[in-house]
Write a protein that binds this ligand. Structure first.
Ligand code: M6R
Length: 364
């Protein structure tokens, strides 16, 4: 049941800390602070490229995975949504690793992409929540997300579990490729192990998130902004808002604003931004300044280190604990999903069963 929560989605949002912790238990050795992968039928050190594909939220998780693989493992990555990948016929390099990401393991497009990658001699590593699914049977390796059953059509905890697995996979790949020494690995794994406690603290911000929701619920259109690994977090926020509140939302890489979307900005189009104090913080802030100067109302997710700067420009903000840059997208996703939930509750939509949608999309 819902354990006293109003909806499955609310219950599943509150499971984020637990699910991140359970997934880490499977993927890291806390004593040595090293990532442990199951035995792979190929050598990670020799993989020339990665190709990532998925649909919906799982695709956004894949986008964040790409940042990690590029950044710490220096591995070239191709990525596309599965419905495009399966018909794109990209010139792939044999022996590359294919990362297929799916909560259900039954999504028709992702399964078809898996089969087409297999035909091109790509090693299939699937990141799956349902470990006895069709995709699981057709994969070389399954990396399980230990999220438990996800009932709500809008994915929440499965997404942070996917990110946790992808972060660990990136660390293992970086080590295999000689890009990460023991100390650096310990440092990243410590940041991951710290996450369940930090994630639990996000719920102290529920009132601030509800205050943001009061603004969003009045809007017809909402813009979500972020840069770097926060761009897919913005995409996840916009998808979740559309999916359950039926409010039109679009995510942009903040630096793209002045190439078009800035002309949309006025008081009626709130701007939701994700801006923790990372390497791109100043760049994001200056994009937000530009939006504010054109009448934009800024609703900003940041962290304790960024709060002072953000408070100078934001109409409302949500302040999260400061964590290592590497794991920040995992933490920042939680309040962005919570915002969509609170807006949907205020609108009175059918949160767990939004119109026109199914939990798993088993037809093309
Ligand atoms: O089961 P899958 O992870 O393969 O599903 C992929 C998408 O259909 C799914 O993430 C969808 O976008 C969610 N409803 C988003 O909340």
């Amino acid at each position: 049941g819902k354990d006293g929560y109003r909806h499955y989605m609310e219950k599943e949002l509150h499971e984020h800390p637990l699910v991140i912790g359970q997934t880490l238990q499977r993927m890291v050795d806390p004593a040595s602070r090293r990532v442990i992968l199951p035995d792979l039928p190929f050598n990670l050190a020799e993989v020339p490229r990665a190709v990532i594909t998925a649909c919906g939220s799982a695709f956004f998780a894949g986008m964040i995975g790409r940042y990690w693989l590029e950044e710490i493992a220096r591995l070239p990555v191709d990525i596309d949504v599965a419905s495009e990948m399966r018909y794109r016929n990209p010139p792939l390099t044999e022996g590359s690793v294919g990362l297929l990401i799916s909560q259900s393991g039954e999504t028709a497009d992702t399964l078809a992409a898996l089969r087409s990658l297999r035909q091109k001699a790509i090693h299939i590593v699937s990141v799956l929540n349902v470990e006895h699914s069709t995709m699981a049977r057709e994969s070389d390796v399954v990396l399980g997300t230990v999220a438990g059953p996800e009932i709500s059509v809008a994915s929440t905890k499965a997404f942070t579990a996917q990110l946790t697995v992808l972060a660990c996979f990136a660390i293992a790949t970086a080590r295999a490729r000689g890009k990460l020494d023991v100390l650096a690995e310990e440092h990243l794994v410590s940041a991951l192990l710290d996450l369940p406690s930090r994630a639990a603290e996000v719920f102290n911000q529920t009132d601030a998130i509800r205050a943001m929701a009061q603004v969003v619920v009045e809007a017809r259109d909402v813009l979500y902004l972020g840069r770097g690994s926060m761009f897919p977090v913005a995409m996840e926020g916009a998808l979740k808002l559309k999916e359950i509140s039926y409010i039109h939302a679009e995510a942009y890489a903040a630096g793209e604003m002045k190439h078009g979307p800035i002309s949309l900005i006025d008081r009626t189009v709130p701007i939701v931004a994700t801006a923790p104090s990372n390497a791109l913080f100043e760049k994001t802030l200056s994009n937000l300044q530009e939006a504010k100067a054109r009448g934009g109302r800024l609703l900003v997710f940041t962290d304790t280190k960024g709060a002072e700067r953000v408070s100078a420009i934001a109409e409302q903000m949500v302040v999260l604990p400061h964590v290592h840059d590497f794991v920040a997208p995992i933490l920042q996703t939680i309040p962005v999903q919570m915002l969509a939930y609170e807006v949907a509750v205020m609108k009175g939509t059918d949160v767990d069963q939004p119109r026109n949608l199914a939990k798993s999309v088993t037809v093309e």
